[in-house]
Design a binder for this molecule. Structure first.
Ligand code: TEU
Ligand code: CA
Length: 554
């Protein structure tokens, strides 16, 4: 008998510190601001907080470009503030997970400054230098290579030119990273969310990628995602950092492009690599070839995708479950309906369906309020480097600027990054100063104060879902069976653990949906629902627009 690790019954809440709570009026969220708001999170009932990066950084990619791994950026506070935050989190019975960004550093990190200082510098080989670049494109538009004038060589950057990729082939790099991780664990942190960790092993020789659809650049991802030494590196990290620690540390690998079979290997506990991965399949279903090529979601595609992940990691491995993070548009505006007559019901339907899957749910700040995408008008309203670079490249290549802008409005990452909406007052209670990114004007209606006061709010629905996971074992431990895979309107599945079964139904549309009640379920009690007064399951059922309900039988 293997003991169940604590994170299998946990719910994680992601904080994007820049946009969470500003304590000193400079318009940027900070650690003291988080400390002041911890009771909101404890009240919600989440078990773990994941902090997006708070390390010293030039903030070219909002902290995902780190110039010192062992300190706190003054804009967010100090190490003493961090220690106070960690203690305050632990006092409330929660855990704290740090973001670990080690595929790349900032170009202002001392390691890179040394590496760049000359071809024979001892740290030259800590990064990828080449006389001739290959054809890879960057995630943030343009080439993945930047020429360094002084040495006449190019360095690799899969993201911005201020995010040079570390060379994990070099054992000194790996040992430096492991030492830094041990330092944070010794300080008391409970885990790491590992940024693009499946990109750290590059194929030898860095072969050119395939060029498709008249693109200027090749797709290098087959040569750097889940590369030849990825499993070896993660196992080494486990031995060097996590093995033998008294506490059970949580590890989550962010892995663009990962398949079910690869994820099963990464999360097989016997292999000691990571506990779960963030996969991207379900958030790519409403996209075409490119990130900004938006198209409608087919519900049957979503069911096929999430269903395959449920089946694939059913006995070996473990799923993460998420709709939102700091890189994704708001789910209620994306798969739901954010107009006021449908917002609460569609947000709670989406929450119900996600949280009743098998896996560890992640909530992104503001999702528990049903926060929406922002009404960005012009290019100047956007801040994100990915959006700005994409616009420049697409327009230079002849795209219609208005069309590019409308894609940014739908898919841009700034949608997730508008400040947390605490109350209906000025700046939504986020700051007393000038917010780095304007608050969404809908905060007068959508805010934490109003949501906490209203028992039918999105917030209280999330609170009840979290509570259900903590108290009803079938939610965390049950197996999963998809129903009605070909239906374009209703998401339906059952869960089963020992003698208990749950039936979950969610109407993914703004029209009523009649549902054939499966055999033996008539009369089953309601566990949670988003329409008040929902009673036992009748023999013929028509779901209201965006209705969700969970029934139990034993
Ligand atoms: O994201 C990695 C990633 O592949 C995407 O989510 C990415 O943000 C986007 O889709 C690019 O097209 C991680 C972080 O979550 C993101 O915020 C960082 O910008 C990125 O790594 C680089 O550190
Ligand atoms: Ca501040």
């Amino acid at each position: 008998i293997t003991e169940t690790p604590w994170w299998k019954t946990a719910v994680v809440y992601q904080i994007y510190p820049r946009s969470f709570a500003d304590s000193n009026g400079d318009g940027i969220g900070d650690l003291p601001g988080i400390i002041d708001r911890l009771d909101h999170l404890a009240g919600l009932g989440v078990d773990v907080l994941w902090l997006s990066p708070v390390y010293p950084s030039p903030q070219d990619d909002n902290g995902y470009d780190i110039s010192d791994y062992q300190d706190i950026d003054p804009v967010f506070g100090t190490l003493a503030d961090f220690d106070r935050l960690l203690a305050a989190v632990h006092e409330r019975g929660m855990k704290l997970v740090m973001d670990l960004v080690v595929n790349h550093t900032s170009d202002e990190h001392p390691w890179f400054l040394e590496s760049r200082s000359g071809r024979d510098n001892p740290k030259r080989d800590w990064y990828w230098w080449r006389a001739e670049p290959n054809n890879w494109g960057s995630f943030f538009s343009g080439s993945a290579w930047e020429l360094d004038q002084a040495s006449g060589e190019h360095y690799l950057h899969l993201f911005s030119r201020k995010q040079p990729d570390l060379n994990w082939e070099n054992p000194e790099v790996r040992q430096a990273v492991y030492a830094m991780m041990r330092w944070w664990l010794d300080r008391g942190v409970d885990g790491f969310r590992m940024d693009v960790i499946n990109a750290i092993s590059k194929a030898p020789g860095l072969p050119d990628g395939e060029v498709r659809n008249g693109s200027r650049y090749g797709d290098g991802s087959p040569h750097y995602l889940c590369g030849p030494r990825i499993h070896e590196f993660l196992q080494e990290m486990h031995r060097e950092v996590f093995a033998g620690r008294p506490e059970r540390i949580l590890t989550i690998g962010e892995m663009p492009g990962v398949t079910v079979d690869q994820a099963k290997r990464f999360t097989d506990p016997e292999r000691r690599e990571v506990d779960m991965v963030f996969q991207f399949e379900h958030v790519g279903l409403d996209r075409g070839e490119g990130r900004f090529d938006v198209r409608p979601l087919q519900l049957t595609d979503l069911k096929a995708s999430l269903g395959a992940w449920q089946d694939g990691l059913n006995s070996t491995g473990w799923n993460s479950l998420y709709w939102n993070n700091h890189d994704q548009p708001r789910i209620v505006s994306r798969f739901g309906d954010d107009r006021s007559e449908h917002r609460v019901r569609s947000a709670t339907m989406l929450a119900t369906v996600l949280h009743l899957h098998r896996g560890t749910p992640f909530i992104y700040q503001g999702e528990e309020l049903g926060m929406t995408n922002a009404p960005f008008e012009k290019l100047d309203d956007f801040r994100d480097i990915e959006s700005l670079n994409h616009y420049a490249e697409a327009v230079a290549a002849g795209a219609d600027p208005e069309q590019v802008l409308s894609a940014l409005r739908v898919a841009g990452r700034d949608n997730a990054r508008t400040p947390m909406q605490w109350d209906a007052g000025p700046n939504a209670g986020f700051t007393n100063g000038l917010s780095w990114l304007p608050v969404n004007p809908d905060h007068v209606e959508i805010n934490a104060a109003a949501a906490v006061a209203d028992p039918d709010s999105v917030y209280h629905h999330y609170r009840r879902l979290i509570d259900l996971r903590h108290t009803e074992p079938v939610v965390a431990h049950g197996d999963f069976t998809m129903l009605m895979p070909d239906d374009e309107q209703v998401y339906a599945f059952t869960r089963r653990y020992r003698a208990t079964e749950l039936l979950v139904l969610g109407n993914f549309s703004g029209s009523p949906a009649s549902v054939p009640v499966p055999a033996g379920w008539e009369g089953a009690e309601t566990v949670i629902a988003n329409v008040s007064g929902t009673g036992p399951l009748p023999s013929t059922l028509t779901l209201a627009p965006w209705e969700a309900r969970v029934h139990r039988r034993t």
